[in-house]
Design a protein around this ligand. Structure first.
Ligand SMILES: Cc1cc2nc3c(=O)[nH]c(=O)nc-3n(C[C@H](O)[C@H](O)[C@H](O)COP(=O)(O)OP(=O)(O)OC[C@H]3O[C@@H](n4cnc5c(N)ncnc54)[C@H](O)[C@@H]3O)c2cc1C
Length: 401
């Protein structure tokens, strides 16, 4: 058993996965300290989607009412043709997600989710998060782990959870840096105030515009006051993998020059378009070494085409909390059970996300007639169920550990 007086577990990175892990551990009485490189917890990122497999865990962590105040519960998702604007229903989400999977599908601003998780963690232990603390090294011995920080300090923990995202320094220290491979795709990201779009009332649905060589996803945030825009284009002249690199509206418009005017109008209304080169990494067979393990993007970053990045980090964090609580100080077994529960599933998400790129950018979408046949074949109810059912039905709270 763990005791609150024992040396704490160190979590590196107070992003979505790190905060969820801290909350899951604190709620089970396990002491934890989070080290985050950012000088403050702020308004960063844009929209994220969380399907029932993630929201059921957030509910189990006591966050349901906080989420209900700012998340959008969409009614449906639709597909639209890049040129004609014609639409097809992809799946119903609102009532169907609750009825079928027992939890909602939500669209939420990453900053809102982040704030809700951080508040819940700080409410349990106000001194849990240490800001301005960038991890630059990790050493372990028989008794514990030392994390070295960029400002010269070193801190000691019983175990380390590397939740420091796609450019993880914990992964680099323990498993080697690895080399990302550029996919040949760049994603444009932006948030649009609804009052800049016509009468300001946004439909509570998500839309995937699909076309040859590019696609656009947009959906409402914050009760429909904002619209989240992501446009993915095949081009190779920008290879910086960053959540904060800015581009221009003109450049984004040029990437969607031939597209339907609804898409172009959205781009015109984006405040600041961000540019993000999409990379893949080779799968890691092991996530743990000795007293150190990884979660979230640090060990299985996926392309965003199944919209599961945040949900997978939440599932990892929740299951890791269960394993550490169940196996106590036997961290070897806890980490082994955690990996056994997570590696195959997250690898399937990484592969499924990459497969969706070919599906969204298919040349058969060039004209309306080809698109009709292609969509009937690829987005039939049976095909959609095959691609999504296994994702939404998984419950990290009840899988065997
Ligand atoms: C600034 C930012 C904006 C994002 N915006 C979006 C978005 O708009 N839409 C979307 O779908 N996804 C976004 N993401 C990614 C999304 O949050 C993740 O894909 C997903 O939630 C998985 O979460 P994670 O906890 O593994 O990683 P993240 O949520 O990325 O969290 C990693 C955390 O680790 C911290 N960190 C990194 N290196 C160190 C270090 N050496 N020492 C200490 N701390 C460190 C980071 O500052 C961050 O807080 C964003 C991520 C970031 C960091």
């Amino acid at each position: 058993m763990w005791h609150m007086s024992s040396t704490p577990i160190i979590v590196v990175g107070a992003g979505i996965g790190g905060l969820t892990a801290a909350l899951a551990l604190l709620r089970r009485g396990i002491e934890v300290v989070l080290y985050e490189q950012a000088p403050q917890l702020g308004e960063i990122g844009a929209g994220v989607q969380i399907s029932a497999n993630g929201t059921r865990l957030l509910r189990a962590l006591g966050l349901e009412s906080a989420l209900a105040q700012c998340a959008v519960r969409p009614q449906a998702k639709e597909i639209r043709h890049w040129k004609s604007g014609r639409s097809w229903r992809l799946f119903d989400l609102g009532v169907v997600s609750d009825a079928r999977y027992g939890a909602p599908y939500i669209f939420i601003h990453r900053a809102d989710l982040h704030r809700i998780l951080a508040s819940a963690v700080l409410a349990l232990r106000p001194d849990t998060v240490r800001l301005g603390a960038r991890c630059v090294g990790v050493d372990q011995d028989a008794d514990g782990v030392t994390v070295h920080l960029a400002d010269g300090r070193s801190v000691r923990g019983s175990l380390v959870i590397g939740a420091d995202g796609v450019h993880s320094s914990v992964r680099a220290c323990v498993f080697g840096a690895g080399r990302p491979t550029f996919t040949g795709c760049v994603a444009w990201r932006g948030v649009i105030a609804a009052n800049r779009l016509g009468d300001g009332r946004l439909p509570l649905a998500g839309t995937n515009w699909i076309g040859p060589g590019r696609h656009v996803v947009h959906y409402p945030l914050r009760r429909g006051e904002l619209l989240n825009f992501v446009g993915v284009v095949e081009r190779s002249d920008w290879q910086i993998e960053s959540w904060t690199a800015q581009g221009t509206r003109g450049e984004c418009l040029a990437d969607f020059a031939e597209w339907h005017e609804d898409v172009r109008n959205l781009i015109e209304a984006i405040d600041v378009p961000y540019k993000w080169a999409l990379m893949t990494r080779s799968a890691m067979e092991r996530w743990s070494k000795g007293r150190v393990t990884l979660l979230g993007d640090a060990c299985h970053a996926a392309l965003p085409f199944l919209a599961q990045g945040a949900a997978m980090a939440i599932e990892d964090a929740y299951l890791l909390g269960r394993c550490l609580a169940a196996y106590g100080v036997d961290h070897g077994t806890a980490f082994a059970r955690y990996e056994a529960g997570r590696v195959a599933r997250t690898s399937r998400v990484v592969r499924g996300s990459a497969d969706n790129l070919g599906r969204f950018h298919n040349p058969r979408l060039a004209d309306d007639l080809g698109a009709d046949r292609y969509i009937a074949a690829e987005w039939s109810e049976a095909k959609v169920a095959e691609r999504y059912e296994w994702l939404f039905t998984y419950d990290a709270d009840s899988v065997e550990i």
